[in-house]
Write a protein that binds this ligand. Structure first.
Ligand code: ADP
Ligand code: ADP
Length: 218
């Protein structure tokens, strides 16, 4: 479970995130929806320990990210801009993450297979399409078979096949009792996948609840 409480972060005195609070429950896909500049990425960065809040807390399974015993086995994340090294082969990118996190090598081949990348795993990432890079990023998030998945705009660059793949993956993950947070600026992406939605605008939560209730009220 993800619990965010009164989370606040200012850049140069200006709040990017201003008292944000929500929970993302186990067994559900929670959509984190808002326009560009709303504060989504900042919230995810705070949640994943990449930045420190000025106030409030962001907890995963009751702990701050940096207090997690097995970070990659607890939470897998796809973040904007945190891509693989272009000159590296896809398989080496995953193998390197697995090795630095004591994840067995066979898991690399499992996630490559899950992501539909087995055939291109031996090629260098610079030859990958945007969609293939996105699949590789998602494969990396799955390496630790984590309890919690946090994905920032996961369907970017994906074709309809890839979009269906992400949707089924997230639904399957939630169905197995895990927690999924899907951040997006596209209502349509969230609508087909999420059970619950947190709407964020101007660094504040504008609405939070089951998708059917939120869509009915807007
Ligand atoms: P979103 O992910 O919803 O597009 P962000 O969290 O990236 O929104 O940004 C929220 C606000 O915070 C924006 O006004 C953005 O310009 C600002 N911001 C984000 N990161 C920084 C930073 N490192 N320095 C200064 N301003 C930032
Ligand atoms: P500490 O002072 O606990 O050794 P830091 O200097 O890294 O840690 O952190 C500065 C402050 O930011 C601390 O009060 C810490 O509790 C807080 N902090 C860091 N990450 C989070 C988080 N995800 N949620 C809430 N507070 C956090």
């Amino acid at each position: 479970m993800i619990e965010v409480t009164r989370l606040t972060k200012r850049y140069g005195g200006k709040p990017a995130v201003d008292g944000v609070g929500f929970t993302a429950r186990q067994g559900r896909v929670t959509g984190f929806l808002g326009p560009n500049g709303a504060g989504k990425s900042t919230t995810l960065r705070l949640l994943l320990g990449l930045d420190r809040p000025d106030d409030g807390t962001a907890l995963i399974g009751g702990r701050r990210y940096r207090d997690l015993r097995h970070p990659l086995r607890t939470v897998g994340a796809l973040l904007d801009g945190a891509g693989p090294v272009p000159g590296r082969r896809g398989v080496d990118h995953l193998a390197w993450i697995a090795q630095s996190n004591r994840i067995p090598r066979r898991r690399v081949h499992e996630v490559l297979d899950l992501a539909g990348l087995s055939d291109v795993a031996g090629r260098r990432v610079k030859g990958y399409s945007l969609g293939m890079r996105q699949r590789l990023g998602i494969a990396a998030a799955l390496l630790g078979d984590p309890e919690v998945l946090v994905l920032d705009e996961p369907v970017n660059g994906l074709d309809p096949d890839g979009i269906r793949w992400v949707r089924n993956l997230l639904r399957g993950y939630a169905a197995s009792g895990r927690t999924v947070l899907l951040s997006s600026h596209l209502m349509a992406e969230t609508a087909g996948t999420a059970d619950d939605v947190v709407v964020i605008a101007g660094g504040r939560v504008a609405a939070h609840g089951p998708l059917d209730e939120i869509s009915a009220g807007h």
